[in-house]
Write a protein that binds this ligand. Structure first.
Ligand code: UD1
Ligand code: CA
Length: 465
């Protein structure tokens, strides 16, 4: 089917979620439920997407502000038929209409496309996506005659005999636009829920001798809906499995996939090995041949090829190739790490640039730093970047050597090739190729300890004179 408009119904109240967040904005693998349906619809070829929203209209509109989506508001929740009616003027422009329910994020573009294709081939007035499931409780049942769908009976309105039907209404449809809107005018609300059911247009179209067919899905897994937190977790698990299996197919090793979290937008290069307990979040991109050893949390970060991250947290950073991090380091937003850098154990980095081959192996805080190439930062070095009011920058140039347990009080510069003696507190610029010592000079009092010992121990052990 060439062009179609899609209407996504998302005006339900989501009461069973018991949440202040609208149901369709709850996240599954890093993205709101509604985003999956919008993307699948777009990939299936929708030229226009209309979303029907209800009481949380503003929050949802705000979230999709930058997307090309038209919103219509259903002020009162009077049923799915009533919801679609609100979209009439927004949807009138195209001949074909695809209608989807907003709480089913596992549906694929291929399924929507398949339904649309069948609709076109069959020259149908309506096509209903269906599936046979082992437990149809709660769903609308498909009443068929051969390939023709005669009616959809809601669970609550069904007779015991109708309830034995195991083919259910998925909640996705393809319609001839003008026929569905004229049929909707004839829908009544004389049912158990007192609602205007969209599903009633099926029997109305049949009455008018229009053709309604079923597009039966082979994999009913796609039809898991989200109505409560239990189903949210189920859908999360199914989506997570799909994402990880997809990466395994592309050549990524997961040692224990059940313990890992990989968001939908994450990318991973081939031959990378993901150990147990790794969380890859947001728009993280991992290169090829990396080892990511958990527990690790990596969010909105780029990691170059052949890097190794061990038991660390990295958030909004960019790492070049062959970088080593960890164990137990924390890379906070804004770090740019060049190739072959080593950030060892118990290091905190924030808003810092680190040049090629530099090493920060142990127990340091490096904040607001600009570090050149091949620098060595000794154990326990602190970049003193905050004066209680403002943050200041520290610059350390190529080949410098910062001795253990030094403080670099920003703003300050350590020029290329210089040495900082261990334990120094540096407050002034250090010139090129120099040694800076900024600590109290050591004085040795030879024999002092022995004398003291004698005085104390000699006194008590002696005869008391
Ligand atoms: C609906 C179908 C049922 C199908 C099932 C599949 C109807 C009458 N029934 O039942 O046949 O098997 O989905 O999951 O359509 N909504 C609105 N405004 C309203 C009411 C609902 O926008 O006034 C939206 C909801 O946000 C939701 C969707 O429509 O995204 C479906 O509504 P819901 O109440 O969940 O329908 P079900 O009882 O699940
Ligand atoms: Ca539902």
């Amino acid at each position: 089917m060439e062009n179609f408009t899609a209407v996504i119904l998302a005006a339900g109240e989501g009461t069973r979620m018991k949440s202040n967040t609208p149901k369709v904005l709850h996240k599954v693998c890093g993205l709101p439920v509604l985003t999956y349906i919008i993307e699948a619809t777009r990939r299936a070829g929708a030229e226009k997407i209309v979303v029907v929203v209800g009481k949380d209209a503003e929050k949802i509109k705000q979230f999709y502000e930058k997307d090309d989506i038209e919103f219509v508001v259903q002020k009162e929740r009077k049923g799915t038929g009533h919801a679609l009616m609100q979209a009439e003027s927004a949807a009138r422009g195209s001949t074909h209409l695809v209608v989807l329910y907003g709480d089913m994020p596992l549906v694929t573009a291929e399924s929507i496309q398949g339904m649309a294709e069948l609709h076109r081939e069959q020259k149908a007035a309506a096509t209903v996506m269906t599936a046979k499931v082992s437990d149809p409780t709660g769903y609308g049942r498909i009443i068929r005659e051969g390939n023709k769908v005669l009616d959809i009976r809601e669970h609550k309105d069904a007779t015991p005999e109708e309830r034995t039907i195991n083919e259910i209404n998925a909640g996705f449809y393809c319609f001839d636009t003008s026929l569905v809107f004229s049929a909707l005018l004839k829908v009544e609300n004389n049912n158990r829920q007192g609602e205007y059911y969209l599903t009633d247009v099926i029997k109305i179209l049949n009455r008018e001798k229009k053709r309604v067919v079923a597009f039966e899905l082979e994999d009913p897994e796609e039809l898991h809906g989200i109505n409560d937190r239990r189903q949210l977790a189920q859908v999360q698990n199914l989506m997570q499995k799909k994402i990880i299996e997809d990466w395994m197919e592309k050549g990524v090793t997961f040692i224990n996939p059940d313990t890992c979290m990989v968001d939908y937008r994450v990318e991973i290069g081939r031959d990378t090995i993901i150990y147990p307990g790794v969380m890859l979040e947001g728009s993280t991109k991992i290169g090829q041949g990396c080892n990511i050893i958990g527990p690790c949390r990596i969010k909105d970060t780029v990691i170059g090829d052949f890097s190794e991250i061990i038991m660390s947290q990295i958030d909004e950073c960019v790492l070049d190739e062959r970088v080593k991090v960890g164990p137990y380091s924390n890379l906070r937003p804004g770090c740019k790490i060049a190739s072959r850098v080593k950030v060892g154990d118990f290091v905190e980095l924030k808003n810092t640039q680190v040049g090629e081959g530099t090493k920060i192996p142990h127990l340091s805080y490096v904040g607001d730093g600009v570090l050149g190439k091949d620098i060595n930062i000794g154990a326990g070095v602190i970049f003193v970047n905050y004066d209680g009011y403002k943050k200041h920058q520290t610059v350390v140039e190529d080949n410098a050597f910062v001795g253990c347990n030094s403080n670099l009080v920003a703003p300050v510069t350590v020029k290329a090739g210089s040495y900082i003696a261990a334990g120094s507190t540096i407050t002034k610029a250090v010139p090129e190729d120099s040694l800076a010592i900024a600590r109290a000079r050591q004085e040795n009092k030879v024999g002092w300890a022995a004398k003291r010992r004698n005085k104390i121990e000699g006194g008590t052990k002696g005869d008391g004179k």
